[in-house]
Design a binder for this molecule. Structure first.
Ligand SMILES: NC(=O)c1ccc[n+]([C@@H]2O[C@H](COP(=O)([O-])OP(=O)(O)OC[C@H]3O[C@@H](n4cnc5c(N)ncnc54)[C@H](OP(=O)(O)O)[C@@H]3O)[C@@H](O)[C@H]2O)c1
Length: 410
């Protein structure tokens, strides 16, 4: 680009759900963007699997937008674009959660911008908030509902009493779940997003393989029914929190009390809560995904990149990643309906220093259900208690346990 040339040329890699929406959005907003930035953006070329040449598009672009997804060739293209001095924008959580440090390091070395708002939580501007608005706050914890598919499924299971399979079929019918929903329902998609959020919130390297995750495939409709009686809502929660000198990053289903800011987030929506002493707590929510929504976040990044200065996050520390953390639990037991069973279970829990907060008991013929919530306890201690309870003769099915977030918000 020369000083007399007021054009800003955007090379687009990928023309699928998000890429095609971006290609439509860019010319519609070109005039307004020119008013803001003094430069008129235009598409310099598109590369797909079957069409276009990366080298040619790179040559005639000022900035590269990567909307291919996956690791390769997206990684190679982004590195080559940055080494050629181009700013880059991506929505690729898979790539950033695996190779983020290499990409950020390259952006810093080449003094170009690498922006990725579309990679986490759809249109919620959480990346910008962590990198810019909260740059002066010490973040203690980030909680997020960062996968819209699973939130929709859990909402339908609770609302309509559907099984997981029925709710998943409904999500696919409504376009909220892919034909292959594995990465969404088993928690991997949310884990990738939490790795990125943790990296930014705590200025420490976090890789996807350091994030422990569980999905929602094993949640039963009656877990939701009983929990409702205890006043709880089930969500797939991603958490990144500072614990002493370490960091825990994890994704699992968790029950929330009604006052929790994430408890009312339903359907395909996402939400992220950031906690810090300085700001107490802020929560942002909005649509979690979708072509036009993500394309809008990508376009926002392109506009930001057109206005210097560049910002790439340095790591300021290396925190140990912790795996055994404290949590409250919901515990669902199918037991023989005979005297002394509750006492037997209570004894096992007590011997592992697990204390019970509330219990619901129901008789069902010669069986009974014991549904309880226990006070916060180290996970390893709770799992040991569950292993012992699972071996009791009076058990009629394997115990089912789901974490409960204990905090009350006023
Ligand atoms: N969909 C969403 O709602 C959403 C939300 C947030 C973030 N994202 C992220 O956005 C990115 C794009 O997602 P999407 O849903 O738009 O994907 P998509 O619909 O599958 O589109 C992928 C595009 O990339 C092209 N492509 C695939 N392999 C390629 C290769 N080797 N070389 C060049 N082009 C290649 C495909 O080309 P062909 O057309 O020739 O097959 C297609 O145009 C992903 O990183 C995803 O995680 C998506």
């Amino acid at each position: 680009m020369t000083s007399s040339d007021r054009r800003f040329r955007v090379g687009l890699l990928g023309h699928g759900t998000v890429g095609s929406a971006f290609a439509e959005l860019l010319p519609r907003h070109a005039e307004r963007i020119e008013l803001i930035t003094g430069l008129r953006p235009e598409l310099a070329g598109v590369v797909t699997r079957s069409d276009g040449s990366f080298e040619e598009v790179l040559e005639r672009s000022d900035l590269i937008v990567e909307l291919i997804g996956g690791v390769e060739p997206a990684r190679d293209y982004l590195l080559r674009a940055m080494r050629a001095g181009r700013h880059v924008v991506t929505a690729n959580k898979q790539l950033l959660s695996r190779h983020g440090e290499e990409l950020w390091e390259t952006a810093r070395a080449e003094a170009v911008q690498l922006r990725f708002e579309g990679a986490v939580a759809g249109v919620i501007p959480i990346i910008r908030v962590l990198q810019e608005s909260l740059a002066g706050a010490t973040v203690e914890r980030v909680h997020g509902i960062v996968n819209g598919t699973t939130n929709f499924i859990l909402t339908e299971m609770a609302r309509m009493g559907m099984t997981f399979e029925q709710a998943l079929a409904e999500a696919q019918r409504m376009g909220y779940a892919e034909a292959d929903p594995a990465e969404d329902v088993d928690g991997r998609d949310a884990a990738a997003k939490m790795a990125i959020l943790a990296r930014l919130a705590f200025d420490t390297p976090v890789r996807l393989d350091q994030v422990r995750y569980e999905g929602i495939e094993h949640v039963q409709p009656d877990d939701l029914e009983y929990a409702h009686e205890l006043g709880l809502e089930l969500k797939l929660i991603g958490t990144a929190e500072r614990i002493g000198d370490g960091l825990s990053v994890r994704v699992h289903p968790a029950f929330l009390y009604p006052g929790h800011p994430l408890a009312t987030v339903s359907g395909p929506f996402n939400a992220v809560t950031v906690e810090s002493e300085a700001i107490t707590e802020i929560t942002m929510s909005g649509p979690g995904a979708g072509g036009p929504q993500t394309a809008s976040a990508v376009l926002g990044d392109v506009i930001s990149a057109m206005i210097p200065p560049a910002s790439t996050p340095p790591t300021s520390q290396v925190l140990e990643i912790l795996h055994d953390v404290v949590s409250a639990f919901y515990l669902h037991l199918e037991v023989a309906d005979q005297p002394g069973v509750l006492a037997q279970v209570a004894q096992v829990l007590a011997s592992h220093q697990v204390s019970v907060k509330s219990v619901v008991q129901r008789g069902l013929g010669d069986q009974a259900r014991l549904v309880m919530v226990v006070h916060p306890v180290l996970e390893s201690r709770f799992q040991a208690a569950i292993a012992t309870i699972g071996g009791l003769d009076v058990l009629r099915a394997p115990p089912r346990a789901i974490r409960v977030l204990e905090e009350e918000f006023g």
